[in-house]
Design a protein around this ligand. Sequence first.
Ligand code: GLU
Length: 399
Amino acid sequence: MSLELSKKAAAVKPSSTLAITAKAKELKAAGKDVVGFGAGEPDFDTPENICNVAIQAIKDGFTKYTPASGIVELKKAVCEKFKKFNGLEYTPEQIVISNGGKHSLTNIFTVLLNPGDEVIIPAPFWLSYPEIVKLANGVPVILKMTEKENYKLTAEALEKAITEKTKAVVINTPNNPTGSIYTEEELRAIADVVVKHDIYVVADEMYEYLVYDGEKHVSIASFGKEIYDRTITCSGLAKSYAMTGWRIGYTGSSPEIAKMMGSVQSHQTSNPNSIAQKAAVEALTGPQDSVAMMCTEFDKRRKYIYERVSKLPHVKAVEPKGAFYLFVDAGDVIGKVHKGETVDSISKMADILINEYNTAVVPCGDFGFDTHIRLSYAISLEQIEKGIDRIESFLKTLE
Ligand code: GLU
């Protein structure tokens, strides 16, 4: 016998977005005036109508187990939303409600992958995709994209990367961390490659409501039966409804995949929180004005942060069109000297900003780009202004 622990678990890196956020919260609690550009977490409270329904659910005793893959009322609400917002026809048996987007992705990769199957992940990517793929015994294949195509996957790059072992590709639009949005034309070209090579698409559309400048969110599964059958569309309530802590994510897929995901979930977690499910029904079917209000607010912040960062020395940002992140190329900072000390990596830059400037940013090494940082602008304009002033002070010291 051996007391050796799981090699698979040991290989998993802890989530740095959550670690940075925890550190910022800790410093705040210790009385430091920290600006947190860390995790993408809306600073708004969950809308009152949603909270009221949750309180009522507790009072009504809706506090017991529900069906493992979610209540029918919520699945129906998700179907309605898919139909109206995404142009996708799903029936309740194609829907699985899970404990947040990460859980949905865990279910998806658990059901899709056999040991050694490859999943193509365009970089920059949200840091949890490769780790979740590895936990499901898959092999993440990272495809580094460039600024030229706004860091989006192209059909040509996808086609070149496909091998015998490719099982799926991850498409995240609007994108975390770049804020880029895939156009219909780009998605159609990708869909053609997917169908031709008979692989799956994991379409992570978590930020679908948060689009700006008249851009349109398009769901890849909406282009016809062949691509619909090969796509698992994944979304959730955290970002659009300021419900990060409630942990509700959902998927639309073939009935076969949904059934398998439901079975897996029935052993691993049982149902998502019953009260949160009731709240989710209200979020999806109740008044949507708070979503519009938050989106307008994020848009103001987006314009401000992009304009400010564009004028800073040594860095360059991509103009985000969706989500609430600014992806900043800080490659020129690496190798420069700050107060006598060389900034030898992007993590070092992030360390200096948090330790000396009380400003939390995400170094994007874990997002596949060790030359970039990510700034979440899901915080107030005053905080953004203060934080960018601090980053500016740091950049101006560099020699
Ligand atoms: N998804 C958010 C982010 O990228 C929250 C933190 C996390 O789960 O990674 O910041």
